[in-house]
Design a protein around this ligand. Structure first.
Ligand code: GAP
Length: 592
């Protein structure tokens, strides 16, 4: 039996506005601190949204931590300044800010250029060029219309600053990416991995960026959730098991196609993309192959999904190559995740700036005998000659011996110290080449990083699930959410607020909750309105307890499926088991 009378409405119409309204009305998400006028870039997930987001995070954890055998950690969101000096965020994590001289409104200069000229990737242009474009096109302030032609564009650091403890002697920052919480703990994490590469560490948590112009609801916010995996590999030896993902079909938009006038997306498989050199790094390819079916499983529409390679000017300061997972939203592509090859950038920087070791000892299969150039300087010469700088000279000599033993072939050796050069007699350096037996070497692992934005994914899942149709002559809006992520799996209603029906319904609710299903109980309004409420929040099934239920000897209830609105009568005794099997994907409603 079905009340469904019309095919689904055209999904590609601009649904964002309607979705944002539904999200607020039904408790998915809304702007925070509304009682105080609201604050740009901060959103609260309501009861439905928090549950959907939690389900998406659990699904991510199952796939990227548990199924891949990776560890998960939970690090603080505030970290001390030296961490971000080392990571490069203090110097390099900037957006282009332009401030209107008339009304004081702040805008992102690159967005202004992209929105009002034919430039598509203004973020990768240097600031002077962006200033020139603004002048050439006579761009104006989006708030008050004042001309911005002669206004300077500034680099604005996106990190939120704070002080750790009283006073300002110990500055700290809210982390702009969860990744740094993993990198700084590498010296301990490698112990938990028994010093064996490759290994992965995941983290799901908040990140903070003081965006100049937060926009499009939860797509660009100032506080958001990331789910990141930092996968540490030996670049010389470790290879992914590409066979596991070789047949995964993907839509790719490589940089070469973006740069070409008639370039287009390429339909291929992960295996072919690697063998044809479209995706150069096998680890990045592996994680794209894992991510694609996972995005499908949580409800991203695969006809509105692609992987796009970053153009060279677009890559973050740490990335050697990067592909984004993008979803199409009302005709625009948005970035949901980045898959970056970070090389040894992060670990090398933390090794350089901290007092700890960010390398891993790689044991050889058999000990190797190698020639090593060493120095054993004569301190009775260096001491009087260089005073307090003598130790720095020793370090220079050690480094030189390791990298250029030919430099020690003459009578003197030249070293530079604080901009000055000094000649040192080779005989005073104790230079020697010795044979040494070594069991292994210290290497700096490389990092491959799948970095997912949870909020943008939640937005995409809702947007791609948004449907409008007509049921029994009435317009209906519903969310075709995957059962795995839907906030509520089943709604239970007594047909009327009759004591006997209510008692039965409450017992069913208790049984379904005991079976681990997420259940909502609703006895207000007519049954049609209750169905519509659940449709709008995307509840896959509704169970109605009616008079047949209480009169029959074998008690049955009506179970209604959300998308088709088909209804079937099922035995109460088998209800929990049947619905659990449907949720686990072991059974389909239409087979009942
Ligand atoms: N650790 C790498 C990293 O942070 P990113 O591309 O800057 O890379 C990863 O961020 C993901 O985080 C993005 O793909 C996006 O989904 C999400 N994200 C970044 N900035 C965001 C913002 N202001 N609001 C919401 N999500 C954001």
């Amino acid at each position: 039996m079905s009340e469904h009378a019309q095919t689904d409405a055209d999904e590609t119409a601009a649904t964002s506005e309607k979705l944002v309204e539904l999200a607020k009305r039904r408790g998915y998400f809304f702007q925070s601190s509304g009682a105080y006028g609201g604050v740009g870039g901060f959103y609260t997930f309501g009861p439905q949204g928090a549950s959907l987001k939690g389900n998406v995070e659990d699904a991510w954890r199952d796939r990227f931590a548990v199924a891949e055998g990776n560890m998960e950690i939970d690090a603080p969101t505030i970290m001390p300044e030296p961490v971000f000096e080392a990571s490069g965020h203090l110097d390099g994590f900037d957006d282009m800010l332009i401030e209107c001289p008339e009304c004081g409104a702040s805008s992102r200069a690159d967005h202004l250029v992209e929105d009002n000229t034919e430039y598509e990737d203004a973020e990768s242009l240097p600031i002077p060029e962006v200033e020139e474009v603004i002048a050439e096109y006579e761009l104006v302030c989006p708030e008050c219309g004042a001309g911005l032609a002669d206004v300077a564009v500034e680099a604005f650091n996106l990190m939120f600053a704070t002080n750790i403890g009283p006073g300002d002697s110990d500055p700290g920052y809210l982390r702009p990416e969860t990744a740094q919480g993993i990198f700084v703990e590498f010296p301990r994490l490698k112990e938990y991995a028994r010093n064996q590469l490759p290994f992965g560490v995941t983290q799901i948590g908040r990140a903070y960026r003081n965006e100049i112009s937060p926009r499009r609801s939860i797509i660009r916010t100032r506080e958001f959730t990331q789910a990141e995996l930092e996968y540490f590999v030996d670049p010389e030896e470790d290879e992914p098991d590409l066979e596991r993902v070789a047949d995964v079909e993907v839509t790719l938009y490589p940089a070469s196609e973006q740069n070409s006038e008639d370039g287009s997306e390429i339909e291929t498989t992960i295996g072919d993309a690697v063998s044809e050199g479209i995706i150069c790094d096998e680890w990045v390819a592996y994680f794209l192959g894992v991510a694609k079916p996972w995005y499908d499983s949580v409800g991203v529409d695969m006809d509105r999904f692609r992987f796009r390679q970053h153009l060279s000017g677009e890559r973050a300061h740490y990335a050697a190559d990067c592909w984004d997972a993008e979803s199409e939203i009302d005709g625009n592509w948005i970035e949901m995740a980045g898959f970056a090859y970070r090389g040894d950038y992060d670990l090398s920087k933390h090794e350089e700036y901290s007092d700890d070791r960010f390398t891993i000892f790689k044991q050889y299969d058999e000990p190797k005998t190698v020639e090593r150039a060493t120095v054993d300087p004569d301190m009775s010469y260096l001491g009087p000659e260089f005073g307090g700088d003598a130790q720095a000279v020793v370090s220079e000599l050690e480094a030189l011996a390791a990298r250029d033993r030919a430099a020690f072939e003459g009578d003197t050796i030249e070293i530079a110290l604080e901009g000055e050069t000094h000649d040192i007699p080779v005989e005073k350096t104790g230079f020697a080449v010795e044979e040494q037996t070594e069991a292994g070497e210290h290497i700096t692992p490389h990092v491959v990083e799948p970095s997912f934005g949870v909020d943008r994914l939640v937005y995409t899942v809702l947007h791609h699930a948004y449907r409008e149709d007509e049921v029994s002559g009435e317009e209906r809006t519903y969310l075709e959410l995957e059962p795995e992520v839907a906030p509520t799996f089943v709604g239970v209603f007594p047909l009327q607020s009759d004591d006997e029906l209510v008692a039965h319904a409450e017992e069913i609710v208790a049984n379904l909750r005991d079976a681990g299903l997420s259940v909502t109980y609703d006895d207000s309004g007519n049954i049609g309105r209750r169905y519509r409420r659940q449709d709008e929040v995307g509840t896959p099934f509704c169970v109605t307890v009616d008079y047949e239920t209480v009169e029959e000897t074998e008690t049955t209830v009506t179970v209604r499926e959300r998308d088709t609105t088909d209804q079937k009568r099922l035995s109460v005794d088998a209800l929990a088991e049947t619905l659990s099997a449907i949720r686990a994907g072991e059974m389909a409603f239409e087979e009942l």
